[in-house]
Write a protein of this length. Structure first.
Length: 267
């Protein structure tokens, strides 16, 4: 098990940055965390050192990712509270088995598990329907699913509504950057924004009449497939790695797509 150890700023400054990022006033945070505004102000300005319990409480009320809560604890002079286990570690066996059951149970529809950086952790066999034709260089580890999707040598040429799907993915990544302040994700976002797209759509999703989700319209050979996706995370994680796992499952958005996927497996 490993833990994050890099700290670049004092605890008060980090807390103030997170509070500003969440657009929460000192008064509102103090009320929700059941501390005085004066004490919170002293913590943010460095005039008072918060207890370990207070750091964890503020991290919870600011909805700070577990990885960043560890950094807050280190900045305050305390040991990290949350472990960070390698996905292949023995203690992660139950997690791997649960993920494999979810993925296998979703066949014949595509599903994948990604980590914090959108790197592929695992996938079911049916994901191959979306990756056929992707350049081998994009499918060698670590495989970044956003890069494999939007790169000109990836899925992009076969995504029939590329502008719409690209805007959806970039919007998700932009919100993740805002929520986590992750520099690596910010770099990935800028890289993806630089990929060519003839039908560029604003990242703010504006639904049309009757729209209920953003579809993925994908050309597999000469067959048009249409999907919608759902995202799942672990509900009560106490490990950084587990907290950052995301399971994305694709479902057929029409009967023709469902029939094609079933026949692909049985035929």
């Amino acid at each position: 098990m490993r833990v994050t150890t890099t700290v670049k700023a004092p605890i008060g400054e980090l807390l103030r940055e997170w509070r500003d990022r969440r657009r929460i006033s000192q008064l509102d945070l103090a009320i929700s965390a059941d501390i005085s505004t004066r004490h919170l102000s002293f913590v943010e300005t460095g005039r008072s050192k918060p207890s370990r319990d207070m750091v964890l409480r503020l991290g919870e009320h600011l909805d700070i990712p577990l990885r960043e809560r560890n950094r807050l604890l280190l900045a305050a002079g305390y040991a990290p509270a949350y472990g960070e286990s390698d996905i292949g570690a023995p203690e992660m066996t139950v997690i791997r088995e649960a993920v494999r059951r979810l993925l296998a149970g979703h066949d014949p529809y595509p599903a994948a598990v990604v980590d914090r950086g959108w790197n592929l952790v695992d996938a079911n066999l049916s994901l191959g329907v979306l990756t056929e034709g992707v350049a081998p260089s994009l499918l060698t580890g670590p495989v970044n699913v956003l890069r494999a999707t939007l790169h000109p040598d990836g899925m992009a040429p076969r995504v029939l509504n590329l502008g719409e799907w690209r805007a959806h993915l970039l919007g998700r990544l932009r919100r993740q950057v805002e929520q986590t302040a992750d520099a690596g994700l910010a770099e990935l976002l800028e890289e993806l924004r630089g990929y060519p797209c003839d039908d560029e759509v604003p990242e703010v999703e504006i639904p049309g009449p009757g729209d209920i989700f953003v579809p993925l319209r994908y050309l597999h050979g000469d067959v048009e497939l249409t999907f919608f996706s759902t995202v799942a995370t672990f509900g009560t994680p106490l490990d950084v790695t587990v907290a950052e796992l995301v399971i994305e499952s694709f479902y057929p958005a029409d009967q023709a797509t469902a029939a094609f996927l079933r026949e692909r497996v049985t035929g």
